[in-house]
Write a protein that binds this ligand. Structure first.
Ligand code: NDP
Length: 485
């Protein structure tokens, strides 16, 4: 019998599901059991061509509609997503293995927020009037044209919406390629957008591996590329886009610092460290995986952290009582287990976890290492799994320097009850998305993105509008034209 997660077809182009079984088959494996639940086929060159040509053509009329008309469709799509939240969350759990307890509140809901927020903004995207004496300049905020979105595997619904909603609000069309690991959810986003009244061809989803992504990025008809992925892929995609002088948004990886001063509220700091390391089993780009704890609070912090981490409920992700799921793939599990071994070999002190969980599926226990030093592999490389490194520090000056000593710059957090210190420290941290006495909140109203190797551009908020539109300026002369001859 066909599994309920099996989509009607692999791709969604020009307002309809499309299949082409000549493409390489991509098995969809449920991470909690290891069983194959669906198959999709990578896009063939014919599918890539169909998606790009359709999106290019459809954008012309969409770009000419009023923002209010475009916004109405996005807001209707947001309502449909909310009505179907349960069904979409179950699918997100099949796609990623993340527990339903999480997906019910963090995925389709976050996607709906983006559709609603950018739908609401669409009607107010205007230019400026700039007086020049008798003359004046006016500016017009225009669509970029055809945008390509390429997603990572950790938030397939959210990424499809975070890229699609601002792109469409600004009058662009989109071809979206999900990660081959999680191909299911973006198809539902496309289906819902069209059900809400989106004209055919404006939001297309095609499957495939990196080569399909590369074909999209290098196509001369594409005006913008927005990627969520790792730093190495980001460097390749950025370079390929630069060759065609395309706009880019790069949302890449991190090794973010979470700094806990000894005056912090211990329970809140432990809660922040748990949210910033174990949500989605640690598969979150902005995670605060280097937890710097001031020496005065260290033992208290570690004791409560171990206690609370011990309460994680591993199990069937479709059971709402489960709050900790498997790694997305067997390969990712092995990568994470490799890092745990490195941590042990290099002398970090294991506080809890530290191995594969004794159950079906690709589960790794939530793991905490203490006495981690800056040069250890687990403190330098992005693990993308549930492995927290706790490092000691003495002074504010010292911890700022150590926190910034990384190629990454996505996020940073500070826990302290001294608010002047909190702002002073945050001001000196090299990171794009920061938190004070909290960690990993990502509301659509706030800009999200990194500095240094963690990326360029911002998603969400009004900032995203700047990255999905361009400004035309028009000088208007009221008098005669003076010329030298
Ligand atoms: P990858 O960088 O491996 O892949 C990202 C996407 O790019 C996938 O869809 C992939 O396809 C595609 N791709 C790979 N090579 C190319 C290429 N040459 N040209 C165009 N597209 C290509 O990341 P993962 O999927 O493994 O995701 C994990 C990474 O994503 C982590 O490092 C994490 O930090 C980062 N991330 C960043 C976020 C942020 O907002 N800053 C959010 C979430 C994750 P395929 O996988 O099918 O081969």
């Amino acid at each position: 019998m066909t599994h309920p997660a099996q989509p009607k077809a692999s791709h969604f182009i020009n307002g309809a599901y499309v299949e082409d079984t000549a493409g390489t088959p991509i098995p969809v494996i449920y991470a909690a059991t290891g069983e194959q639940i669906a198959t999709v086929y990578a896009a063939t060159p014919a599918i890539v061509e169909k998606a790009l040509s359709t999106a290019k053509e459809a954008q012309k009329a969409w770009g000419k509609m009023t923002g209010t008309e475009r916004g109405r469709i996005l807001r209707r799509a947001a309502d449909i997503m909310r009505e179907r939240n349960h069904e979409l969350s179950v699918l997100e759990t099949y796609d990623t293995g993340k527990p339903l307890q999480e997906t019910l509140v963090a995925d389709a809901t976050s996607g709906a927020d983006a559709l609603e927020y950018f739908g609401g903004l669409a009607g107010s995207l205007t230019g400026e009037h700039i007086p020049m004496g008798r003359d004046w300049v006016y500016t017009v905020r225009e669509a970029l044209g055809l945008c390509v979105g390429i997603g990572a595997w950790n938030y397939p619904t959210q990424i499809a919406c975070w890229k699609g909603a601002p792109a469409l609000a600004c009058g662009n069309s989109m071809v979206f390629k999900p990660s081959e690991t999680t191909p299911l959810c973006a198809l539902k986003v496309a289906e819902i957008l069209h059900e809400a009244g989106l004209p055919a061809g404006l939001y297309n989803v095609i499957q495939g591996m990196g080569d399909v992504g590369a074909a999209l990025v290098t196509d001369p008809r594409v005006d913008k590329v927005s990627l969520t992925g790792s730093v190495p892929t980001g460097k390749k995609v950025y370079a390929a886009a630069a060759a065609g002088m395309k706009h880019v948004t790069m949302e890449l990886g991190g090794k973010s610092p979470l700094i806990i001063f000894d005056d912090a509220d211990v329970e809140n700091a432990v809660g922040g460290a748990i949210n910033g390391n174990f949500y989605s089993s640690g598969q979150v780009c902005s995670n605060g995986t280097r937890v710097f704890v001031q020496k005065g609070i260290k033992e208290k912090f570690l004791a409560r952290l171990a206690e609370r981490t011990g309460a994680a409920v591993l199990g069937d992700p479709q059971d709402e009582a489960t709050n900790f799921g498997p790694m997305v793939t067997e390969n990712q599990m092995n990568i994470v287990l490799g890092y745990i071994e490195k941590g042990k070999e290099e002398g970090a002190r294991l506080i809890c976890g530290g191995k594969r969980a004794d159950m079906d599926g690709f589960f790794v226990e939530p793991t905490v290492f203490a006495d981690v030093t800056d040069d250890m592999t687990i403190a330098r490389e992005e693990i993308f799994g549930p492995v927290m490194s706790v490092l000691d520090f003495d002074t504010e000056e010292e911890v700022i320097a150590r926190a910034n000593d990384t190629e990454f710059g996505l996020s940073a957090g500070v826990f302290t009850n001294d608010f002047s210190r909190a702002h002073r420290v945050i001001a000196q941290l090299e990171a794009g998305s920061c938190f004070i006495n909290s960690y990993n909140d990502a509301p659509v109203e706030a800009p999200f993105g990194g500095v240094k190797a963690s990326g360029v551009g911002r998603e969400n908020s009004k900032e995203a509008i700047k990255h999905f539109s361009q400004v035309k300026s028009v000088y208007v002369r009221m008098g005669d034209v003076e010329a030298a001859f």
